[in-house]
Ligand binder design. Structure first.
Ligand code: CP
Ligand code: NVA
Length: 332
């Protein structure tokens, strides 16, 4: 690897616990500064991407990731260039390798939403500019920065050196997917325990379990990962209940089979009570949401922080762009 190769953000696993903490803190700083102050970005960041273009290659639909990253690029003075799957030659008429060389010769960064993770890893391998993963089948780092910010806002005491999230417990009830893998990596890095309930046959694959435990190994006091096929077992003493769709983009053909396999996994107040969640439990979901994975009563109820979580995507995107594009991977 060339010493001049840019630093990319492909997964939360790319960050040390201290860097992850800093990204979340910076997201929080920008959020409070902008919302409480003049409504503007800090002086040092204002115009940091002026005159620069950031390519956004999205091979799948997106509401939050697209709006938050386009908004973040604009907030830093740059021009987002959205390239949907029908807009460019990639995948149909041109290789990833050629696309990567061409895009990175004309832009300051590439934000990419892909199917297989190898696609975004391939783009990054040959790109002369930072590549930020906007969702692959394995990871969703921008989501997890926003999620950790949300968890901090909802549960926090503010300690100086860390975010003070150690000892919290997340219960993930649902599918083992991209959002879960990066969340488990981020949580264990910050000392948060995570217990995961998936139906039989939908457990975390061995390879991803290894990635999570390797990532946890970078923390001095890692959170623990616990796995079960019984939702109530995962929920015991949890501070935060989380789920995601049971049918991720690209799995549409499996819909009927999945809906059947996940019966009994819908998050409801009843389930939270039966499982023995902490009295103060809150509910998170990266969205988009479907009623089968969480009842309306929880999703729109007072414990739900899903719309705060969605807004936090903007602050997370600003923080990530600041670190990886403006500061070239120096996270401070
Ligand atoms: N949570 C999330 O990434 O949403 P979008 O698919 O709408 O970007
Ligand atoms: N697991 C979902 C996340 C969407 C933001 C998917 O991959 O479709």
């Amino acid at each position: 690897k060339s010493p001049f190769a840019p630093r990319h953000l492909l997964s939360i696993a790319d960050l040390t616990p201290a860097e992850l903490t800093t990204l979340v803190r910076n997201a929080h700083r920008h959020k409070t500064g902008i919302k409480s102050g003049t409504g503007e970005i800090p002086l040092a960041l204002r115009g940091a991407l002026a005159g620069k273009t950031v390519a956004m290659t999205f091979s799948k639909r997106s509401t939050r990731t697209r709006v938050s990253t386009e908004g973040a690029i604009a907030a830093l003075g740059g021009s987002p260039m959205f390239l949907g799957k029908d807009d460019i030659q990639l995948g149909v008429n041109e290789s990833l390798y050629d696309t990567s060389l061409v895009l990175s010769s004309m832009t300051a960064a590439i934000v990419a939403r892909v199917g297989p993770h190898s696609d975004v890893a391939g783009l990054a391998k040959h790109s002369a500019v930072p590549v930020i993963n906007a969702l692959s089948d394995l990871y969703h780092p921008l989501q997890i920065i926003a999620d950790l910010l949300t968890i901090a806002e909802v549960n926090l005491s503010s300690s100086k050196t860390s975010l003070g999230l150690e000892g919290l417990k997340i219960a993930w009830i649902g599918d083992a997917n991209n959002v879960l893998y990066d969340l488990a990596i981020g949580a264990t890095k910050l000392g948060i325990d995570i217990s995961v309930a998936t139906p039989k046959g939908y457990e975390i694959p061995e390879q991803m379990r290894n990635v999570i435990s390797q990532a946890a190994g970078t923390a001095s006091k890692p959170g623990k990962l616990f796995e079960t096929t019984v939702p109530e077992e995962a929920i015991k003493d949890a501070d935060i209940l989380v789920t995601d769709t049971w049918v991720s983009m690209g799995q549409e053909e499996e819909t009927a089979k999945r809906l059947k396999a996940f019966e009994g996994f819908q998050i409801t107040s009843e389930l939270a009570k039966r499982g023995g969640a902490k009295d103060s439990w809150s509910f998170m979901h990266c969205l988009p949401r479907h009623p089968e994975e969480v009842s309306d009563e929880v999703f729109y109820g007072p414990r739900s922080v899903v719309f705060r979580e969605a807004e936090n995507r903007l602050w997370a995107a600003i923080s990530a762009l600041e670190a990886f594009v403006v500061n070239k991977g120096k996270i401070s």
